[in-house]
Design a protein around this ligand. Structure first.
Ligand SMILES: Cc1cc2nc3c(=O)[nH]c(=O)nc-3n(C[C@H](O)[C@H](O)[C@H](O)COP(=O)(O)OP(=O)(O)OC[C@H]3O[C@@H](n4cnc5c(N)ncnc54)[C@H](O)[C@@H]3O)c2cc1C
Length: 509
């Protein structure tokens, strides 16, 4: 080899390297706070647009309220598990949704899931009285372990729909907002024929329990004005058979992620944002995107300098944060029927309960007890062992011969200092402009996260879209501010991952 040639190549390499380095250091930099799906989506967009991105996450793992646990030897999602919320708030319209048709592309996550080859287990189609499970897919039991005749379940389901339809009139007649529970009670006073007695009353309470699970809050706190105002996506609902974890891993690829980095303070200057960790370390960038749960902002766990304006603080405090918990039980064998949901009806919605049968979708002998609202918070007062015992006591009402679980997992989303709740909800009397105020950026500070989603708060795909929206706003802002920087065009992750070449894999046993 000619040594001169080698020397000149080295020189060339150095020059190119330093040019790239200089180009990189002149690129806009962004700190993303929070490594849930919203933060990861935001980081992904900016990274693919060649911005310098650093993501700070307080936990020792990514995913946030998406948490696939593998300790059972199979994936169990202790946070989000359904690709539900296609129509989070429109109970009536659920009758018209359809999952298996091409319309499922409406879900912004569908292309990503498709490109990763992940399987969805369909849990509802176009005839679901409930949001996420078709009527024929579950079995209900009374407190004595007797099966509730399916005819009663169907009839009461129809009555429940009529009651909800009547609440629309109550809404029209009242200028002031009220809770859904109050509206139901007004409807029942006006239409005593809709009142239910005995077992039928308990089944009605079960429907209310499921509605409460949807919003993660009790019916006396669900806003009548807003509960059914969300845009309807077509497509029904599906369960992520392999869990959500592969989605999180795909979004995180190659991004500079710092785990165990808990942000304590954000200082927003004219040109720079300084982010301080609880241990005193600092990160500085041109802009920052905050995607921590609204529960964290409500609890003032992050200090802002200058202080957030009053209208922003008010918006944060005026949005509700619900709670939902799961108790996952693994058994050595299956002793329950081959249905998707097993429910217990009771005189009050608080006392009703249900288990998701993961065996049906995944083939593993796992049941997941789910609790929402005040009940979910009450469960967090118990030790893990007592919580598992409680779930077992519910199961034994249905199956007196139930065997003891070989393993259990208990979530605590309400008291977890990284979430302080499961997802947001619209409180009774919520002001109309609340979401605008929540989303509004403050200089170089942008906001993302589930609670800020344009149309689908409280969902994975809503959080994902909110992250993308915040990143796009941030990108526009920085490119305007810093002049016409020519952006490096890397291989776009988005093009690969959002491609439409692969069909969605949807099954139903
Ligand atoms: C039990 C449960 C069931 C659910 N079921 C469904 C479902 O079936 N379908 C559905 O679509 N959605 C469901 N959801 C809602 C869904 O999980 C969330 O809407 C979504 O995952 C929120 O994503 P996010 O990125 O906005 O927030 P998160 O996932 O909470 O991400 C925020 C991140 O910020 C981090 N963080 C917090 N504080 C700090 C700090 N000070 N510094 C740095 N980082 C910080 C957190 O650790 C977290 O990782 C469920 C949620 C729960 C809890």
């Amino acid at each position: 080899m000619d040594p001169n040639q080698s020397f000149s190549n080295d020189l060339l390499d150095d020059t190119i390297a330093s040019l790239i380095e200089r180009q990189k250091s002149s690129l806009p930099s962004v700190i993303v706070i929070g490594g849930g799906i919203s933060g990861l989506a935001a980081a992904r967009v900016l990274y693919d647009a060649s911005f310098k991105v650093t993501l700070l996450e307080s936990r020792d793992r990514l995913g946030g309220r998406i948490h696939t646990d593998y300790s059972f030897g199979c994936p169990v999602d202790m946070g989000a598990s359904w690709k539900v919320h296609f129509l989070k708030k429109n109970w009536i319209h659920v009758l018209q949704v359809f999952w298996l048709h091409g319309a499922c592309n409406e879900n912004p996550l569908a292309p990503l899931i498709r490109s990763l080859g992940l399987t969805l287990y369909r849990t509802s189609g176009d005839n679901s009285v409930l949001y996420d499970h078709d009527l024929e897919s579950y079995t209900l039991y009374d407190m004595n372990g007797n099966k509730v005749p399916q005819q009663i379940v169907i009839e009461v389901g129809d009555i429940f729909k009529r009651i909800l339809k009547e609440t629309e009139k109550v809404r029209d007649e009242n200028t002031n907002d009220m809770s859904v529970l109050q509206a139901i009670s007004i409807v029942l006073d006006k239409h005593p024929e809709l009142r239910q007695e005995g077992l039928a009353h308990e089944v009605l309470q079960w429907y209310i329990c499921r509605m409460e699970a949807w919003f993660a809050v009790d019916a006396d706190m669900i806003s009548l004005k807003f509960w059914d105002q969300e845009d309807v996506l077509t497509g029904g609902h599906g369960l992520m058979v392999q869990g959500y974890d592969p989605v999180i891993k795909a979004l995180a690829k190659d991004i500079d992620i710092r785990l165990n980095h808990r942000v304590a303070k954000i200082s927003n200057g004219c040109n720079k944002v300084m982010v301080m960790l609880e241990d005193g370390r600092n990160f500085v960038a041109d802009a920052a995107i905050v995607t921590v749960p609204i529960g964290i902002l409500k609890a003032n766990l992050i200090q802002f300098e200058p202080k957030l304006p009053e209208w922003k603080v008010a918006a944060i405090s005026e949005l509700g944060m619900g709670n939902e918990n799961k108790i996952a039980l693994r058994f050595d064998r299956v002793f329950w029927p081959n249905v998707e949901l097993l429910g217990t009806v009771a005189p009050t919605s608080y006392a009703c309960g249900y288990f998701l049968n993961l065996h049906k979708a995944t083939g593993h002998p796992v049941l997941v007890y789910m609790a929402a609202g005040r009940f979910a918070s009450d469960l967090e007062k118990l030790s893990d062992e007592s919580a598992a015992n409680f779930a077992m006591s519910q199961l034994k009402k249905m199956f007196p011969d139930a065997t003891e679980p070989v393993q259990y997992l208990v979530s605590r989303w309400g008291t977890d200092p990284n979430s302080l709740g499961c997802y947001s909800y619209d409180v009774v009397g919520m002001p109309n402009d609340l979401y605008e105020r929540l989303r509004a950026p403050l200089g170089n500070l942008f906001f993302g996260g589930e609670a800020l989603s344009m149309d689908h708060q409280g969902s994975v795909h809503g959080a994902y879209s909110a992250g993308i929206m915040a990143a796009q706003n941030c990108e526009r802002h920085l490119l305007n501010r810093l002049g016409n920087l020519e952006k490096l065009q890397q291989d776009s992750f988005g093009h690969d991952i959002l491609g439409t070449a692969f069909p969605l894999q949807i099954s139903r046993m």
